[in-house]
Design a protein around this ligand. Structure first.
Ligand code: HXC
Length: 517
């Protein structure tokens, strides 16, 4: 064999691996960013990454590209192992032409997406790009279209996760938006449809790119980002851990590990729930006392804080968690929390993750802004998601469960398989104050002392309706449980529902993909 050919291969490979060259790599590092290949190294188990399409180059010749090499066409693609399980990924190389997406760049991404879907493996996209490569015009646009179509077709079949580690501008941001989870790096990531300059020209508004589309903006305001991280290593560490909670595709069950007792003592649940019914508390403290120690991963923690959603493990089994958060807006349902909950339930349903719902909500948020913003339209998504989901569904009413929000939060009527209530539960059409002001309006108005009569009626209503036993008496609540035994009760209910997961045939036919919010 001609050894020179082998040496030439190594030289070529070495040249490609340098992307846009050492100077640009240094610039990337100076900005606190890692290179495309370094990111693959953080994502995959050591030594398992297999690059494909290494020697792909651009075919474009216009606007200064004639004769120019674009190493790997500015994107690294391939597959590797995460805790031994196969995962496909792309990682855009900002050091090469700003990671811009041309025809061949898009083809490389499409190739790993096709392989991920064909082989039933999660797909991770690491975005760091100036967007459509201007020199490649409609070929670049077509590339995005091909990617969007694949994102959509794969939705609900394989987990798709987007990492935003630099710019992701214009139409490019729609690919992450079509995936299941968007993780952003604080400081370097930014996403927007039109950037600061265009906004200034069109509307006159002045804004910098971080305020407009940085991690904080998308985590708190728009809800586009599900999680944010101070740096890339912490992002990839959590991403690897999260992949361990998910199945590789919608035909698999989630991986099961040994259960670990909760980190905090369940007897404290009794003190966490305040005696006064209108006093707030932190439902995360309840969740911590139910799930396996250290397993709770909150999704969308900064967005629509009146609801908490996330993934965790209960006795070693992956579960999805949905809870109202009485600390914010009394845990009511509004437009944003409805979107947040509905999307999470659909995600869990797609990937065979049982849903545990903790209910404490006084109802839907009243207000002109909410009504005109479409609370009916958005609230309906919660009903749809729960009613449609065919994964095991267990709900626990902790305290308030009033009106439409009671129904929406995984009631038996909507299809909860097992519904529990704590003795502190109040399940009724509406809260005592509101109900008495309507039903006894005349009686209160005509009384010598309206305040005394109102209070009497409120007490009477509370005694009669604001408890779990009316609903339990009709069978809408399967059992009223001691809060201290919640973990055991929910775990046993989930165990009993193991056989519910639809058979493989039905799962391959059906899609439950994530629709954008
Ligand atoms: C070609 C690009 C490019 C692009 C950056 N580069 N974006 N080349 N097409 N879209 C090149 C630059 O020319 C430069 O090359 C190198 O990448 C690094 O870019 P810099 O500008 O030096 O980096 P920085 O200062 O960090 O700024 C990064 C940036 C900026 C904010 C991303 O480059 C930028 O604004 N780029 C254009 C963004 C954009 O408008 N894209 C099109 C969006 S529309 P040299 O050789 O000089 O170093 C779109 C449509 C998609 O994406 C539609 C889908 C439906």
């Amino acid at each position: 064999m001609d050894r020179k050919r082998i040496e030439a291969l190594h030289r070529r490979r070495e040249a490609v691996s340098l992307g846009g060259g050492t100077e640009r790599i240094e610039r990337q590092h100076a900005q606190g960013k890692f290179t495309a290949r370094e990111r693959m190294g953080m994502l995959f188990d050591e030594g398992t990454f297999q690059e494909i399409g290494t020697f792909v180059d651009t075919r474009a010749q216009d606007f200064g590209l004639a004769g120019r090499e674009v190493p790997a066409d500015a994107v690294v693609t391939g597959y590797g192992r995460v805790d031994g399980r196969l995962v496909y990924a792309f990682s855009q190389d900002f050091t090469t032409m700003g990671g811009s997406l041309g025809e061949m760049h898009a083809q490389k991404i499409c190739r790993v997406m096709d392989l991920a879907l064909q082989n039933g493996c999660p797909f991770v996209g690491i975005n760091d790009s100036g967007g459509a490569r201007i020199q490649e015009g409609v070929d670049a646009l077509n590339g995005y279209g091909e990617i969007f179509r694949r994102n959509t077709k794969a939705s609900g079949i394989i987990p798709q996760i987007s990492v935003i580690a630099g710019p992701c501008a214009g139409g490019a941001s729609y690919s992450p938006a079509l995936t299941d989870l968007v993780m952003m790096v604080d400081g370097s990531a930014r996403m927007f449809i039109t950037g600061p300059q265009v906004i200034k020209a069109v509307t006159g508004e002045e804004v910098d790119d971080q305020f407009l589309g940085g991690a904080t903006a998308h985590a708190r305001k728009s809800g586009v980002a599900h999680m944010t991280y101070a740096d890339e290593p912490s992002l990839f560490g959590e991403l690897r851990w999260m992949l361990g909670l998910l199945p590789s595709n919608n035909r698999e069950r989630t991986p099961r590990v040994d259960g670990i007792a909760p980190a905090a003592d369940a007897t404290e649940l009794v003190d966490i729930m305040p005696e006064l019914p209108n006093k707030g508390y932190n439902v995360e403290e309840v969740i911590e006392r139910i799930v396996d120690a250290g397993s709770f991963l909150q999704i969308h923690p900064e967005f629509a804080s009146n609801a908490v959603v996330g993934l965790g493990r209960l006795d070693g089994r992956t579960i999805g968690i949905v809870a109202n958060q009485p600390r914010f807006l009394a845990g009511c349902l509004d437009i944003d929390s409805s979107d947040k909950i509905a999307r999470h339930v659909r995600f869990c349903d797609a990937f065979n993750i049982p849903v545990v719902t903790l209910v404490d909500t006084p109802g839907y948020l009243p207000g002109i802004g909410q009504e005109h913003g479409g609370i009916i339209r958005h609230g309906a998504k919660v009903l749809y998601a729960y009613a449609e989901a065919d994964v095991p569904k267990v709900s626990v009413v902790l305290r308030k469960a009033y009106g439409g929000a009671y129904l929406a939060m995984c009631s038996r009527s909507l299809g909860a398989d097992i519904s529990f209530a704590w003795p502190t539960a109040e399940i009724a059409v509406m809260g005592p104050e509101g109900a008495c002001n309507i039903v006894f309006r005349r009686e209160i108005a005509e009384a010598d002392d309206p305040d005394i009569v109102r209070q009497e009626k409120i007490d009477e209503y509370r005694e009669k309706f604001a408890n779990p036993y009316v609903a339990a008496g009709r069978g809408f609540i399967d059992d009223v449980i001691d809060p201290v035994s919640t973990r055991e009760e929910v775990a046993s209910a989930l165990e009993s529902l193991e056989g519910k997961v639809p058979d493989v045939g039905e799962r391959t036919q059906r899609r439950h993909g994530n629709i954008p919010m």
